[in-house]
Design a protein around this ligand. Structure first.
Ligand code: ZN
Length: 287
């Protein structure tokens, strides 16, 4: 499933194809994905100019000059194609061997200038909606999302407030989208390693020094992953078709039994299961 860095990578990849350009035609090839598409979606998109593309957590926000925003969630396997060049690689990518290329192209936008943007989703867990831009914060999918970790206000104080009194393990707390937006399993494990915090430690009982290190660690992990183009192994590619390479830089994630990469540590990375998800950590470096 794409996490925040993959969605941000897609956002940046879409900008040159969409920003400032008019949607000349929109083709909707089915009734909906995870949920039905909004009424008259094709008519509401056609003719609108894209003023910009934002992101809230894992949602792409395509702001239109009609006053509406197209909200896009990639779900499990959704992807955006620019110019269609990913289609040839896509079949082996999701293991749908028998489907002809284009079978899962559910929404196709013909952009001013001749470009084409396609939303393709084999498993159809993705979602799209159109909503008044001025009321985005009240949309049912967006209203409960917590602070964005890459925005300026995100700090140790933000985390301290969210963690206060919480007995839940910090790993589980950080996956709560109301506490921090968009963090997923991979990046939480990596950030906790960098901050030296054990994933099972109660969120409300982290020492001040380690807590101060956590917000910068979260930002650094996310920024490095965005720079590398994301890291999802199988189901996701950058908007330009290249596979993200951040997985080559994992320090603990998916490395159970391997030597810790902490300088002079000599410990071994361990895996535990928390709330049904794997956590990876070094018992020597993380307390
Ligand atoms: Zn270590």
């Amino acid at each position: 499933m794409p996490e925040l860095p993959e969605v941000e990578t897609v956002r940046r990849g879409l900008l040159p194809a969409m920003r400032g350009r008019r949607i000349e035609a929109a083709r909707i090839n089915r009734e909906g994905l995870r949920w039905p598409f909004p009424e008259r979606m094709a008519e509401r998109l056609a003719g609108a100019r894209v003023e910009g593309i934002g992101r809230r957590s894992k949602y792409l926000l395509v702001h239109l000059d009609s006053g509406e925003t197209l909200i896009v969630h990639l779900g499990m396997s959704g992807r955006m194609l620019v110019g269609g060049r990913v289609l040839g690689e896509y079949r082996q990518d999701v293991g749908v061997e028998d489907d002809a290329p284009g079978t899962h192209d559910h929404v196709v936008l013909d952009m001013e200038g001749g470009g084409r943007v396609t939303f393709n989703d084999a498993r159809r867990f993705g979602a799209m909606d159109l909503w008044p831009t001025r009321d985005l914060a009240s949309h049912r999918l967006l209203r409960a999302i917590g602070p964005e970790p890459l925005e300026d206000g995100f700090s140790a104080a933000t985390l301290a407030e969210g963690f206060r009194g919480r007995r839940a393990p910090v790993k589980v707390a950080l996956l709560d989208q109301g506490l921090v937006a968009g963090l997923g399993n991979i990046y939480v494990s990596e950030a906790l390693f960098r901050a030296g915090i054990h994933p099972a430690r109660a969120a409300g009982r982290i020492g001040a020094g380690r807590l101060a290190a956590l917000a910068p660690a979260i930002r650094a992990v996310l920024e490095e992953a965005i720079e590398a183009g994301g890291s999802t192994l199988r189901d996701h590619r950058r908007a330009d078709g290249e596979i993200g390479r951040f997985q080559d830089r994992f320090r603990v994630y998916d490395r159970a039994g391997a030597p810790c990469l902490g300088e002079g540590c000599g410990g071994t990375v361990r895996r535990i299961v928390q709330a049904g998800r794997s956590s990876y950590y070094c018992p020597r470096c993380q307390r």
